[in-house]
Design a protein around this ligand. Structure first.
Ligand code: SF4
Ligand code: SF4
Ligand code: SF4
Length: 351
């Protein structure tokens, strides 16, 4: 269908909202509570626009496009209202961008910048509590704009059902279970709430203070942990040759941005000085010494050969791993069946 946005005609698809149609056509409308995964919420009111024939301003994330619709996203009226909403959100929190982990990747900061807000007009008492009780996730209520994305993600996407809004009015805040610290709650530290939060209210704990967002290069890869094959983005500090954080790739059909606690946070092994980087051969007496791959593989092959010669091929069994690729697992079963000549092949299936 055809719609007109700011006097220019664009294509739109049946079922799209005004916000989606505008975004697909490269027209900027600030929005905070909408996320493609959690859907339209209509909570934050930042995405308001004028639609010809409609009474008052409309939240573009909740209104479906219609053939011939005439939309204005940048009239003075619209901009004034958007500015007031963002101004109030900023005023009711404590937004010290200089020290914030989300600086440079914050949707609230972006909206304020694009709407030309230099500093908040009002001062409303922010909620000063922080929650540092969990292993991998840090929460700061003063930066929460109560958009509900973390709650929708926790309940409907990863279905862990930990988060909800608690209390009323000015005291409203995101709580874990019955308002217990995250570290004592039923939270499994999957980090989906971190991934969905548009501000610095819920952040990964490990990277805090390690690097600014713009210093990190994103490198896409597949999680090395299990056979699901979640796509993830490594946020790499090239200068320090270090992975600083990991996030899920939203358009991956396998995991849609979700990761488990291992995939998102258990990457310290990469830089561990205790990591094995060469094969080790156990000497008589039990101590290990470093060996070349050729030496180690020759030794293993000859020992397998001895066992097979003495006890037959079924004396050997192979246990494959979920940590390697399908292709490697395929090769491994071929090796067991065609070289050792046994069907004793199994898989750990999980870690
Ligand atoms: S949450 Fe966003 S706006 Fe608030 S301090 Fe952090 S970067 Fe700034
Ligand atoms: S880390 Fe996962 S389980 Fe815990 S609150 Fe966030 S989304 Fe829910
Ligand atoms: S913590 Fe983040 S995602 Fe959750 S309601 Fe607050 S701003 Fe929104």
């Amino acid at each position: 269908m055809k719609v007109t946005i700011n006097g220019k005609e664009y294509e739109a698809r049946q079922g799209q909202t005004v916000l989606q149609a505008a975004r697909d056509n490269g027209v900027y409308i600030p929005s905070l509570c909408y996320h493609p995964k959690t859907g339209p919420a209509g909570k934050c009111r930042v995405c308001i626009v004028e639609i010809e024939g409609a009474r008052g301003l409309q939240t573009s994330c909740t209104v479906p496009v219609k053939e011939g619709m005439i939309i204005n996203t940048e009239s003075e009226n619209v901009r004034k209202a958007q500015r007031l909403v963002v101004d109030l959100l900023l005023s009711s929190g404590r937004h010290d961008c200089l020290a914030c982990e989300q600086n440079g990747a914050c949707e609230l900061q972006d909206a304020a910048y694009r709407l030309g807000i230099e500093r908040p007009t009002f001062t409303l008492a922010p909620k000063e509590q922080t929650d540092n009780s969990a292993e991998f996730v840090f929460r700061e209520h003063a930066k929460c704009i109560q958009c509900g994305r973390c709650i929708a993600g926790c309940n409907a996407t990863v279905v862990n059902e930990v988060l909800d809004f608690g209390f009323r009015g000015h005291d409203t805040k995101v709580i874990c279970d019955d308002d217990v610290p995250m570290g004592s709650s039923t939270c499994v530290q999957c980090g989906e709430c971190v991934q969905l939060c548009p501000t610095g209210a819920i952040v990964d704990k490990l990277p805090r203070g390690k690097a600014r967002t713009w210093q990190l290069e994103k490198v896409e890869t597949v999680c090395p942990y299990c056979g699901v094959g979640c796509r993830q983005e490594l946020h790499v500090d090239r200068a320090a040759n270090r992975i600083v954080r990991i996030s899920g790739v939203e358009d991956s059909p396998v995991n849609e941005g979700m990761l488990c606690v291992k995939g998102r946070y258990a990457f310290d092994f990469v830089q561990s000085p205790e990591r094995l980087t060469a094969p080790l051969i156990r000497e008589d007496g039990g101590t290990f010494r470093k060996a070349s791959w050729d030496e180690a593989l020759t030794l293993v092959a000859s020992r397998f050969g001895d066992v097979v010669k003495k006890h037959g091929p079924d004396a050997v069994a192979g246990l494959a791993s979920a940590k390697v690729t399908n292709e490697e697992n395929f090769l491994f079963q071929k090796f067991m069946r065609t070289r050792i000549i046994t069907n004793n092949i199994d898989h750990c299936a999980r870690l």
